[in-house]
Design a binder for this molecule. Structure first.
Ligand SMILES: Cc1cc2nc3c(=O)[nH]c(=O)nc-3n(C[C@H](O)[C@H](O)[C@H](O)COP(=O)(O)OP(=O)(O)OC[C@H]3O[C@@H](n4cnc5c(N)ncnc54)[C@H](O)[C@@H]3O)c2cc1C
Length: 463
């Protein structure tokens, strides 16, 4: 886990059959809180957005600074425990016995430098806190579809933003990372030092250490043209085919995704959406609003519209584009990367999520990649190696829905590739969940590039 240590690694993922007595407050005195499963506040400390399974760990350490994290890691190492990190609980709950979990919600500092256009945030900070701090300066980070997600967990997984076709991945804009490695040492790594650790952790999540703070670039973007159009689910086939033809024609200022949603009969939802199957076309455009509206216009005739909320938005209101559930809720996500999104892929998607399916996934989403998110040049110029394991680079024309210039259909081989990928997504959605302890409220199979995560030595369970 520590690349600076050329040999003799001590592995903290070794779990002894004879467990050492847990310290309660003895050996790690000074940390707060330090909780075992029988302590009051344990479940709350480990709780979060995703209720699919009760998180469990032998010891939970609520870190208040980087030194707390280092102490927790050293304790875990000395006693043969694995270590995982948890911020908001948007990922799968960590449920490993033999695990020390460091909760980071108290690492909540935010410093914005409007001149350098950077922000440095603690590991417990959510995007909505960053948005509140950067908006007064007209600046934004490469925020995801929901600002309730944690900055660090999102960024270490790549960070796929509705603004990604314009700005790329959040991980592309990280300046420096402060983390605690497996030897219990607080380190600061950045790209300029040519650190393997820097590149490894961007995609490796807690497999290489527990991040305590992260510094990243901001962009000048006070407003966005965007929102969503909800089409009636009965028109799912027409809307998906229309989106498939339309999306690849968009310039890189524009981003879009399409989601088939099973909406609950929730009185908090707008009346036309309650209990409906809907197809939600999400759209952002960072350029001229009139040009943005003209580009979106052809999609409006794809089917009967239940509701729409497309307008000029303050960037701080970007959550209105995807309208992700606020949670907490039980959910399991699966994702695959599609090379193409041909007609056969739409049909495969409808097989598992169309109007005729009695018990479909709650959400199936396909996001358009390409644009800056597919441009390797910036990374190459800065001497980067592959920065993430979760997402692979693509050239500009190879987003999930990309077709050849001039709108010609992709070659047969590539068409099959897209359909096969969607069938694989379909199989994943049909497959019994590994740990289905509760009924699944949300499943998102997406062409977002969220390939299954690598196995890792850390205590986290991945997503
Ligand atoms: C409603 C919703 C919308 C989403 N939208 C997007 C999106 O638009 N784009 C996108 O790319 N992803 C999106 N995601 C996925 C999200 O980015 C991941 O689930 C992310 O891991 C959440 O991080 P967290 O810290 O909020 O969650 P947590 O469950 O607290 O953490 C998840 C994992 O992140 C890692 N981690 C967290 N903190 C640290 C740390 N300090 N050091 C090392 N590793 C750490 C650990 O592996 C941990 O298990 C979304 C998820 C949800 C539920």
């Amino acid at each position: 886990m520590d690349p600076t240590d050329s040999g003799g690694h001590e592995h903290i993922d070794h779990i002894p059959t004879h467990r050492p007595h847990l310290p309660r407050h003895a050996h790690v005195r000074g940390l707060r809180p330090v909780l075992t499963p029988t302590d009051e506040g344990y479940a709350t400390e480990l709780g979060g957005f995703n209720l699919i399974a009760a998180p469990a760990a032998d010891l939970v350490v609520g870190a208040t600074n980087a030194d707390d994290v280092a102490l927790a890691v050293r304790y875990a190492r000395a006693n043969g425990f694995r270590v995982g990190a948890r911020a908001t609980g948007h990922g799968l709950p960590i449920e490993g016995r033999g695990t020390v979990v460091v909760t980071t919600s108290r690492l909540n500092s935010i410093t914005v430098d409007p001149v350098a256009r950077t922000a440095r945030v603690g590991a417990g900070v959510r995007w909505r806190d960053v948005v509140a701090a950067t908006t007064p300066h007209g600046l934004t980070g490469v925020v995801g579809s929901s600002s309730s997600v944690g900055v660090v967990g999102y960024t270490l997984g790549g960070g796929l933003s509705p603004l990604g076709r314009r700005f790329g991945w959040a991980a592309d804009h990280v300046r420096s990372i402060e983390l605690v490695t497996a030897d219990g040492v607080v380190r600061s790594v950045d790209a300029s030092a040519g650190s393997d650790l820097f590149w490894a952790i961007l995609g490796g999540r807690d497999g290489f250490g527990i991040v305590t703070a992260i510094e990243f670039e901001l962009f000048d973007l006070p407003t966005v043209y965007g929102g969503g159009i909800f089409f009636a689910g009965s028109a799912a086939r027409d809307v998906l085919h229309a989106w498939r033809d339309w999306a690849p024609t968009l310039p890189e200022e524009a981003g879009t995704s399409v989601a088939v949603l099973r909406l609950p009969p929730d009185p908090d939802l707008p009346a036309p959406l309650q209990g409906q199957l809907a197809v939600h076309v999400r759209y952002t455009h960072t350029g001229d609003p009139a040009a943005a509206a003209a580009l979106l216009a052809p999609m409006r005739s794809a089917g009967p519209i239940l509701l729409e909320n497309v307008d000029i938005l303050p960037t701080a209101a970007l959550d209105a584009v995807h309208m992700d559930p606020a949670g907490p809720m039980p959910s399991v996500e699966r994702g695959v990367l599609l090379g193409e999104f041909p007609a056969a892929a739409v049909e495969a998607l409808l097989e598992v999520a169309g109007p005729q399916v009695p018990s479909p996934p709650a959400i199936v989403e396909v996001r358009l990649l390409g644009g800056t998110s597919a441009t390797a040049a910036a990374r190459a110029e800065r001497g980067r190696r592959t920065p993430r394991r979760l997402f692979r680079d693509r050239d500009r024309s190879a987003g999930p829905t990309a077709r050849r210039p001039g709108g010609s259909a992709p070659a047969g081989g590539r068409r099959r590739t897209g359909a096969v990928a969607v069938r694989r997504a379909a199989e994943l959605l049909r497959a019994p969940r590994r740990r289905p302890r509760r009924s699944v409220g949300t499943r998102r199979a997406a062409a977002t590039g969220d390939d299954p995560p690598p196995a890792r030595p850390g205590g986290g369970t991945g997503e």
